[in-house]
Design a protein around this ligand. Structure first.
Ligand code: MG
Length: 392
């Protein structure tokens, strides 16, 4: 890879009327996340992409914020225009200041674009002004007659189906958009073809299809289910009581006869959950990521740690399936705070509260918990990660 910067423009400004839903299709759920989240992540986590510029409809700003939450390398979204072509032009203009050498333009409704395809398109730009992901046509093609039957068989030799990403030298595609007629182009490569500029064809995978109709989502769910695996992690933590009048458990402040001693806010529940997620990722433990010797974590709210672990899951293309927490103490009573804790944990993790269990037990007066010297917490986290995650 050269030092030249490659940006991505992800086009998500459409209203998605063909999918026949009120919510635009790019914000519909797919594999427990939004469709657009998958498409954004493919570029946001690709090592050769400097930053991702999304183009959205103004009325979908809130939905976009949800879709983008936790992903790295995203620029603030810009608003699209009346047509796809106008939306791309807005996205290209927005990154001009940053001085990209190359740009990849991608449909937000193609969630299955592979790392390999992104790399191959970028690679092709070292010798071509433009390069697009495409698939050779393998079906026999028929032209329909006026009567609705078959008029003729069309030769398919040399025919390809244009997909995205479509990559270009930035200055070339910017100039093409600025001089293009206002309407008509359904892809970006066609703007260069009109000027006789060479655009390379990069063979793509058949799974990189565009979700257009409602039925496409069922197929996409099946594809996704086949590409994910389940992982489990265990977390355990103990904090000792000291003088005080409040404990923070599961992100909820509970009045008590003591407080928990610790470098951070000593939220033993969130620490156990954080370690459970690191465990599921095989990504070390909380002490490695947030060393107690580092003064910046003194008195830190523990949601910072849980945020970080959930962020790692999302960056690796995964999702949190459920969390199961057990608090071990004689006091304070956990029951009255159980729901508030589950709701707070769910909020931090961006999942439904129905995926978070908060349980409590005593130790019948035995051991340190029984002597009320401290509180222990155990947690199990279940996550889904792309099957390919462990193989790279
Ligand atoms: Mg701890």
């Amino acid at each position: 890879m050269t030092a030249e910067k490659t940006f991505a423009v992800v086009v998500a400004g459409g209203r998605g009327t063909r999918a026949a839903t009120k919510t635009p299709k790019q914000y519909l759920p797919l594999g427990g996340e939004m469709l657009l989240t998958h498409s954004l992540r493919a570029f946001a986590t690709h090592p050769a992409i400097a930053a991702v510029q999304a183009v959205i409809a103004p009325e979908n700003a809130d939905l976009y914020a949800q879709a983008a939450a936790g992903l790295p390398n995203l620029l603030p979204p810009v608003f699209g225009g009346e047509s796809r072509q106008a939306s791309v032009a807005n996205g290209l203009a927005a990154i001009e200041e940053a001085g990209p050498a190359r740009v990849l333009i991608h449909d937000g409704a193609r969630p299955f674009v592979s790392t390999h395809t992104i790399s191959a398109v970028i690679e092709a730009l070292s010798v071509a002004e433009g390069a697009i992901a495409a698939q050779p046509v393998s079906d026999t093609l028929k032209r329909q007659s006026a009567a609705g039957g078959i008029d003729a068989t069309v030769a398919r030799d040399g025919l390809w189906r244009a997909q995205t990403p479509q990559g270009f030298r930035y200055e070339t595609i910017l100039a093409a958009h600025r001089s293009a007629p206002a309407e008509g182009a359904t892809d970006d490569a066609s703007l260069l073809e009109a000027d006789g500029i060479h655009v390379a064809l990069v063979p793509d995978e058949p799974t990189n299809f565009k979700l257009t109709y409602k039925e496409d989502f069922a197929l996409a769910e099946q594809l996704l289910a086949g590409s994910m695996e389940t992982r489990t992690g265990l977390g355990y933590d103990v904090h000792r009581f000291e003088e005080g009048d409040l404990v923070t458990l599961g992100g909820v402040d509970i009045p008590h006869t003591h407080r928990l001693k610790g470098h951070s806010d000593a939220d033993v529940a969130l620490h156990a959950l954080t370690d459970a997620l690191y465990g599921a990722l095989a990504a070390g433990d909380i002490g490695q990521h947030f060393p107690p010797s580092d003064p910046q974590w003194r008195g830190a709210p523990s949601h910072t740690f849980l945020d970080h672990a959930v962020g790692l899951v999302r960056q690796r293309g995964g999702q949190v399936v459920n969390l199961d927490l057990t608090l071990i103490c004689e006091a304070p009573k956990i029951g009255p705070h159980r729901e508030a804790m589950a709701a707070r944990i769910a909020e931090i993790c961006g999942i439904s509260a129905s995926r978070v269990a908060v349980k409590a037990t005593t130790t019948e007066g035995l051991g340190f918990a029984g002597r009320q010297e401290g509180i222990a917490a155990q947690a199990v986290a279940t996550i889904r990660l792309p099957t390919s995650d462990g193989d790279v």
